[in-house]
Design a protein around this ligand. Structure first.
Ligand code: MG
Length: 315
């Protein structure tokens, strides 16, 4: 075992050890215990939801506020060059520990290709290097998941299959540190592509071709790649998230719980069935997400969404 792998393994075993300790032992720093809220629910939040309100010198206090609202864990956004939103990883981890918040996941897209450049045999090495580096940087956080949220440039079936191949490579790299790799969808993943095609067909009734999401799920190795289903974007892609959750019960292991804006207000999302079926499949980790991040009302909306879930019997 190389020293790098040895180091990563050690870090991940330490994290695993920490996770298995009783909560009282796990409580870090001076903060409150990172555990389920008073009502026994483990609410997660994708930190992208807070936009500029959770950056730089606002992070430490912002994490404390999240804990007070009932959030127990977060999925990070904003990884770049060994930092999260400009903050060194170790410092971010300390702030989360102090606030009593568990860092469970982190979103990132490989930023090593040219604009519009497709995944290919030629740039696969570059992509592997990105995931190697990102894994090294994230190992210190002791988190269980790293997730790619952005669709690579795809216009035909072969592109989708090439992306699936690269996801396997990403999963191979994260696994060396005991971290699971996942892919997160928007709506275009539910469009169809054909062999040798020139674009994604978003027509819900399109007959020809295969849905990109389905290619990603069926042509990646379950041992290396899991699926984080964004339920709102699934609906926007013309699909029923409950059907997908059940069709790929073993693969869809994480959820993005998202509505048009604040959770439960649009009436278009059947959260009750989504949670019920997801839990029945043996999974429990989800992250609330609100994508309008420039309103100045981010904390308010994140809080109202937490209240909605804390008051829902199905969570
Ligand atoms: Mg999402």
């Amino acid at each position: 075992m190389s020293s790098r792998r040895g180091f990563l393994k050690q870090v991940s075993l330490l994290s695993l050890g920490a996770m298995m300790l009783p909560e009282t032992t796990f409580a870090a720093g001076k903060g409150k215990k990172a555990k389920k809220s008073a009502k026994g629910k483990m609410l997660g939040l994708q930190t992208y939801s807070l936009g500029p309100e959770l950056q730089g010198d606002k992070v430490a206090q912002g994490l404390v506020r999240l804990r007070e609202m009932g959030y127990g864990c977060i999925e990070l956004a904003g990884y770049n060059n060994g930092k999260i939103s400009g903050i060194p990883m170790a410092e971010y981890k300390k702030m989360a520990d102090d606030a009593g918040i568990i860092i469970k996941s982190s979103h990132m897209n490989p930023n090593v290709l040219g604009r519009g450049e497709k995944y290919s045999r030629e740039n696969m090495g570059k992509l592997r290097d990105f995931w190697k580096r990102a894994t090294d940087d994230h190992a210190i956080l002791g988190l269980p998941y790293m997730v790619q949220p952005g669709l690579p440039n795809i216009s035909c079936l072969e592109d989708a299959q090439m992306a699936a191949e690269v996801f396997n490579i990403a999963g191979e790299e994260t696994k060396k540190a005991g971290i699971r790799f996942g892919y997160h969808n928007h709506d275009r993943e539910f469009g169809k592509v054909v062999a040798g095609g020139k674009g994604i067909d978003m027509n819900r009734n399109a007959r020809d071709g295969r849905r990109i999401e389905e290619v990603f799920i069926t042509e990646t190795d379950p041992d290396k790649v899991l699926i984080e289903l964004d339920v709102y974007w699934t609906v926007m892609g013309g699909q029923d998230p409950v059907e997908w959750i059940n069709k790929y019960a073993d693969r869809i292991q994480l959820l993005h719980i998202k509505d048009r804006l604040v959770l439960g207000q649009s009436g278009m999302m059947n959260f009750e069935q989504i949670f019920k079926n997801f839990y029945a499949n043996g999974h429990e980790t989800f992250f609330v997400e609100i994508e309008d991040t420039r309103s100045g009302k981010q904390f308010e909306r994140v809080q109202t969404s937490a209240e909605y879930l804390l008051g829902s019997k199905f969570v």
